[in-house]
Ligand binder design. Structure first.
Ligand code: ADP
Ligand code: MG
Ligand code: MG
Length: 892
């Protein structure tokens, strides 16, 4: 049986976008709703897929096009290709997801010189007829025959000059007719083929061109970037024309049911009279606002408002609408749920709740952690004077201001003297790392969201705008140019990594009101709380009410702990004690390493105890009532010592200059050499260090116990937990646990305090032998950073600046596994460990303390695995709260 490749708009609804594409499905939905939609039919994605596999238009499709055309002719009462009563149609591409690179719409298909003549007579408007003809030839030439835009512009230009007018619309009917004929000649020359005469050939060629455009380079690129499968294919919509260019009471426009930029209520849009198709967005003439339109066309405008409300009530969301007015009659040509900014997303969601259209669960679903994160970054104050010079890809969010420099060494040198710089490069490479670290922000003219600059900047949390193609960077002349503008080294620019905007000069930066709210300095109920703050507050509260995952923070200082708590953290999932021995306290570790015997070493360690204890006191106080998981010292000792290469160079110079080398310097050099490891991440660190120098861990335990008792005495409620890093085998855990328990008991000296001891699961071996570890651990915390490194054999610090960007570009990896959990690989290990732990004890406590704890996709994965908590950096806590709530509603 023949496959049905075509459906009239009267079939289907918005749920059928797989088959009919987004545009087609929404057209069908509007027909179902009884809205005035010009009749037409949709060629399915099935037909496109068949074309893409065979390379030819299926024969059945040709037949079905004829049948469908005949039906359409009956409905409209006009005939395709018939000069006396012509039916004209548009050919519109429409895939399930709208994407750049798909074929543009061809309007007025069916028109010929004879048809145009007849249209001139029947409408009494000769110019309208030949403008329609000219538009068809222009579009068919550029879009279907690939005639370059420049050639069209050149020919048009000659006519404009001759007639001394500015835009094509002002040409006379006869000039328009001649222009069309010249365009045909150009097309014939360009394609080296006679221009097809028959409308049916125009139609089928346009349809085929839509199919082909599915595989255009831009579409392929976009699909890869957005992870849209490449085999979906596109639908094609054939729709009878309505003419906004027919008369003074005709026109075309776009409308939004609410403001998509701010979320404000009230319709919002543009209208252009005597215009067709995309004229309204092409900037040929100044458009009217809908308010202006209501003055010119009050009746049509009222009807438009009514239909907009109908559409919004029906879709229960912001709608983006295309319409055309033909001699005072309103037609709707397209609708879809409108794209919106982060601010608008939160505001519109809560408005719709208040209007009784959606539930709080739905409101939560319609916002996202990424949007919330966007709202939290510092922003440029755009009420100030601004000079936007270019727009690139928003690669890493934030607002950065600085003088531009063109090489990394210079960026580093200037930053060292306290200057703020923006590193500008064509693209960056691993050699630029020092400059990237030193710069406030990074601006490149090439590369996309997965370029080296973008990946590394995101990893560092640094603002970046990439792929700013309109600027050309001259790294020799130390300047970049945009058009005629030359910007030289030392000039100040402001770059917005959230929008991709590049401004010349310094723009003031303001803290986002959402951040002030989240940090507790602005109450949602306050008078000066902006609507978006109120909206975020409501949605976040709802997320908190329903979510199952607890959200903790990774924090190492009392200040961070306090901040995390304000941001909504329900405890600390990872307190990295090594951070307490950096800076000035480095010399303690140095002395531990240099100690000549154990008792000397123990003496130094004893000196460290009060420092550590004081830190714990602050953190436990800040987190009173909430668990604080303290991880025992993890990194290799040499991380606290000077770097071997630098030291070697210094020693060599000293020797050459015959200057004296102190015994201490000698000792340090020897120690650094002794401790030097080829693969420190796989060397003496974590639990291994604790086994080699037990006194270190014992001291940490004593400090934590004493701090807890002190805090308890002061009336707080400390809930300390101890966590052992990098465990791989049960025996390590058992050995250490006994030592630690003994130390706890000794230090408590009869006092009462609970101190669970858990282990990190961050080696693959630990994950797959979790059953055995469960015997000796009160909880597990997945250290997904190390687990990712070890599963992939990727050293994070190295791969992100070397080959990872290339891998992402080539799509050898779908995303950076350090940003979002690799669910198939690393995720499987987490799942295995979860299964074993929960089989051992049904309520075995499981958490995540890697950076994935703040990543939306990963959070949904952890929720679905039924883990107890995620822990992330304080700044990500609100995002994790929101996404944990979303995970709950999206799942159920
Ligand atoms: P896009 O997907 O790029 O928005 P569209 O298919 O929506 O492309 O069409 C481009 C323009 O042509 C829009 O302004 C649309 O409203 C207009 N248009 C499409 N079909 C018709 C038609 N049958 N009659 C009048 N205008 C049309
Ligand atoms: Mg378009
Ligand atoms: Mg459109």
């Amino acid at each position: 049986m023949a496959k049905q490749f075509i459906y009239p708009f009267t079939f289907g609804d918005k749920s059928k976008s797989d088959l009919l594409g987004g545009k087609g499905a929404n057209l069908a939905e509007m027909v179902q709703m009884g809205l005035p939609v010009p009749p037409g039919f949709t060629i399915t994605t099935d037909a496109c897929r068949e074309y893409l596999t065979t390379g030819i238009v299926p024969a059945q499709l040709h037949d079905q096009i004829h049948v469908s055309l005949a039906n359409l002719e009956k409905i409209v009462g006009k005939n395709f290709g018939d000069a006396s009563n012509p039916l004209l149609v548009s050919v519109r591409s429409g895939a399930k997801h709208s994407m750049p690179g798909m074929m543009e719409t061809v309007l007025n298909v069916g028109i010929t010189p004879e048809v145009a003549d007849a249209m001139a007579k029947s409408s009494g408007n000769e110019k309208f007829a030949w403008d329609s003809y000219r538009r068809f030839i222009d579009m068919f030439g550029r879009i279907v025959c690939d005639l370059p835009d420049e050639m069209v512009h050149k020919i048009e230009g000659e006519y404009l000059k001759k007639a001394n007018v500015k835009v094509v619309a002002e040409l006379s009917a006869s000039a328009l007719k001649e222009l069309a004929q010249d365009l045909i000649k150009a097309i014939e020359q360009f394609t080296n083929k006679p221009f097809p005469k028959k409308p049916i050939d125009h139609l089928t060629q346009s349809i085929e061109a839509v199919f082909k455009s599915w595989n255009s380079e831009r579409a392929q690129l976009y699909r890869r970037r957005e992870r849209i499968p490449s085999d979906l294919g596109t639908a094609v919509n054939i729709q009878s024309m309505v003419f906004g260019n027919l008369s003074d009471d005709s026109g075309t426009g776009v409308a939004f049911t609410r403001n998509p930029a701010t979320g404000e209520t009230g319709s919002y849009g543009d209208y252009l009279d005597r215009a067709q198709g995309e004229d309204v967005v092409a900037g040929i003439r100044n458009t009217m606002s809908l308010a202006d339109m209501s003055k010119k066309e009050p009746v049509v405008h009222a009807e438009l408002e009514r239909l907009m409300k109908t559409l919004e009530d029906h879709y229960r969301d912001l709608c983006d609408i295309e319409f055309t007015v033909e001699r005072g009659k309103l037609w709707i040509l397209q609708t879809r749920v409108g794209k919106r900014t982060a601010e608008a997303a939160f505001r519109i969601a809560t408005q719709l709740v208040d209007e009784g259209k959606i539930s709080m669960d739905e409101a939560l679903m319609r916002t996202s952690g990424d949007q919330l994160a966007q709202l939290m970054f510092p922003q440029f104050d755009l009420s100030a004077n601004q000079n936007l010079i270019a727009t690139g890809i928003a690669a890493s969010p934030g607002a950065a201001v600085g003088e531009i420099v063109f090489n990394s060494k210079r960026a580093f040198d200037l930053a060292k003297t306290g200057r703020k710089v923006i590193l500008v490069r064509r693209e960056t490479s691993p050699d630029d790392l020092v400059g990237m670290v030193a710069a406030e922000g990074i601006l490149t003219s090439r590369g996309g969201k997965t370029s080296h600059a973008a990946v590394v900047a995101r990893g560092m949390g640094k603002t970046a705008v990439c792929g700013t193609e309109s600027i050309s960077v001259d790294e020799k002349l130390l300047q970049f140019t945009v058009g005629d503008l030359i910007v030289r080294e030392g000039e100040v620019v402001s770059i917005d990594g959230t929008t991709g905007c590049v401004y010349l000069g310094e723009l003031p930066v303001t803290q986002s009101p959402v951040t002030s709210y989240l940090e507790g300095t602005l109450l949602a109920s306050a008078k000066d709380a902006t609507p978006v703050v109120k909206a975020v507050d409501r949605i976040l509260q709802h997320a908190d009410e329903i979510r199952k995952l607890y959200v903790r923070a990774n924090a190492d200082t009392p200040e961070d702990a306090q901040r995390a708590k304000t941001l909504g953290a329900q405890g600390i999932g990872l307190c990295r004690t090594e951070h307490m021995f950096l800076g000035e306290r480095r010399n303690y570790v140095e002395r531990v390493v240099l100690a000549e015997n154990e008792s000397e070493q123990n003496a130094v360690i004893a000196e460290m105890q009060p420092l550590q204890q004081a830190d714990f006191v602050g953190i436990l106080k800040a987190m009173s009532g909430y668990p604080v998981t303290v991880r025992l010292l993890d990194p290799p000792l040499h991380e606290f010592l000077p770097d071997l290469a630098t030291l070697s160079a210094e020693m060599a110079t000293a020797e050459a200059l015959n200057s004296t080398i102190t015994p201490r310097d000698k000792a340090i050099f020897a120690a650094v050499k002794r401790l030097h490891e080829s693969n420190p991440m796989l060397g003496l660190r974590g639990v291994r260090l604790g086994i080699l120098i037990p006194e270190l861990f014992k001291m940490q335990v004593r400090a934590l116990v004493l701090a807890s008792l002190e805090v308890q005495k002061a009336g707080f409620d400390p809930k300390p937990e101890l966590m052992i890093p990098l465990v791989a085998t049960q025996r390590e855990l058992l050995y250490l646990r006994e030592t630690l328990e003994e130390e706890i008991k000794k230090t408590l000296n009869g006092a009462q305090l609970e101190m669970p001891i858990g282990t990190m699961i961050e080696t693959p071996r630990a994950a797959i032998t979790a059953t055995r570890l469960a015997d000796y651990a009160d909880f597990f915390s997945f250290g997904t950073n190390d687990l990712t490194q070890l599963t992939w054999a990727f050293s994070r610090d190295d791969v992100e600046s070397t080959f990872l960007p290339r891998y992402l570009d080539l799509e050898l990896l779908p995303f950076n596994p350090f940003e979002s959990l690799d669910q198939d690989g690393v995720g499987l290990l987490v799942k295995i460990a979860r299964d074993q732990a929960r089989a051992y004890r049904k309520d075995f406590k499981l958490g995540v303390c890697g950076e994935h704890g703040g990543d939306p996709r990963s959070i949904h994965f952890f929720h679905n695995l039924n883990l107890d908590y995620v822990s992330c950096s304080p700044f990500r806590v609100p995002v994790a709260r929101l996404e944990s709530g979303r995970a709950k509603v999206i799942k159920s």
